[in-house]
Ligand binder design. Structure first.
Ligand code: RIB
Ligand code: CA
Length: 313
């Protein structure tokens, strides 16, 4: 089977790191053409450093890491050091990366790969604010019909918000970018908090994988030990949600997930509900469906996949 060609746009972040490792651990199924980084969880220079640290941890210095937008399209940057730590990868220290930043700006790199690869053959995996993705669509609108699809972590409906009562972080940070992406006509699969809050780390799982004792597993365990404390304090101790790995897991085993193809609009005008993803789950409007909004997953199957693949790194 020919591997699916993917681009990963990301703001690492511990959960981004697990998602990237999961992708790099599946070379027979996924060909990572490039990683593009965006400001989000932490500022751009740190998401760039972190992405290169993750590639070197996976032994994949061959994967180009391109730096992208340092701020949202129209708004000041909002970061999440309170969740991810000052570095964005608190919990496990690794050496500074020696691989260079790739020459092309991330927006140019996204456009380049989509133009170069056969129509429909590239899937874009968006794990952070959508600033780079929207900027590429604004600069080269024709890529929308060439892109095979976008799978993104973002949004919330029944689960409501995690950064405000109404909005999930990735969408909240750059709602204008999210609106451009949702209106692009591209086939979109969304992993909102509705599903990622069911992908909760358990102590048993972490203890189980820690017995594998490889450099990648040691990093993942350290990162997730740190990362999950915020959500456990906030939501009452059930475990930290593995948001971004849901995107890659869907590519590898879509049967683990279920959702509905519905209309999703983005609130950009109201300060109270900025970044809200208004999902017409019950189809009460005649607004055209523009995204597959994922609401559920087989959590056991998801964590079994993670264990199996991360052990192979
Ligand atoms: O709301 C969760 C999302 O915001 C995840 O992608 C996390 O990494 C942060 O970017
Ligand atoms: Ca992220």
């Amino acid at each position: 089977m020919t591997p699916r060609k993917i681009l990963i746009d990301t703001d690492p972040g511990q959960d981004d790191a697990v998602a990237i490792l999961l992708a790099l651990a599946a070379p027979e199924e996924l060909e990572v053409l490039a990683i593009t980084v965006v400001a989000g969880n932490v500022p751009l220079e740190k998401t760039s450093r972190n992405a290169r640290v993750i590639c070197e941890l996976a032994g994949r210095r061959d994967v180009p890491v391109h730096e992208g937008c340092a701020a949202p399209l129209e708004r000041p940057l909002v970061t999440a050091e309170h969740v991810h730590g000052k570095s964005g990868l608190d919990g496990h220290d690794l050496p500074e990366p020696t691989m260079p930043v790739a020459d092309l700006h991330a927006v140019e790199a996204i456009i380049h790969h989509i133009r170069r690869e056969p129509r429909g053959s590239v899937t874009l995996c968006a794990l952070g604010p959508l600033t780079n993705v929207a900027s590429a669509l604004l600069k080269a609108p024709e890529i929308a019909e060439r892109l095979g699809g976008i799978v993104l972590m973002g949004g919330a409906y029944f689960e409501v918000g995690n950064v405000t009562p109404a909005a999930e972080f990735n969408i909240y940070v750059d709602p204008e970018a999210a609106k451009i992406v949702l209106k692009s006509g591209i086939e979109i699969t969304m992993m909102p908090l509705d599903v990622t809050h069911k992908a909760l780390i358990t102590r048993d799982w972490l203890d189980g994988i820690s017995t594998l004792d490889t450099p990648a597993i040691r990093a993942v365990c350290g990162w997730l030990d740190f990362y999950e404390r915020f959500d456990m304090e906030k939501y009452g101790g059930k475990g930290g949600p593995l948001h971004d790995p849901c995107v890659i897991a869907w590519l590898l085993r879509p049967e683990l997930f279920s959702g509905r193809h519905v209309n999703v609009e983005i609130e950009t005008q109201s300060e109270l509900t900025r970044g809200m993803t208004v999902a017409d789950w019950w189809r009460v409007t005649d607004r055209a469906a523009n995204a597959t909004f994922i609401g559920d997953l087989d959590a056991d199957g998801f964590f079994d996949l993670l264990t199996e693949r991360l052990a192979a790194l």
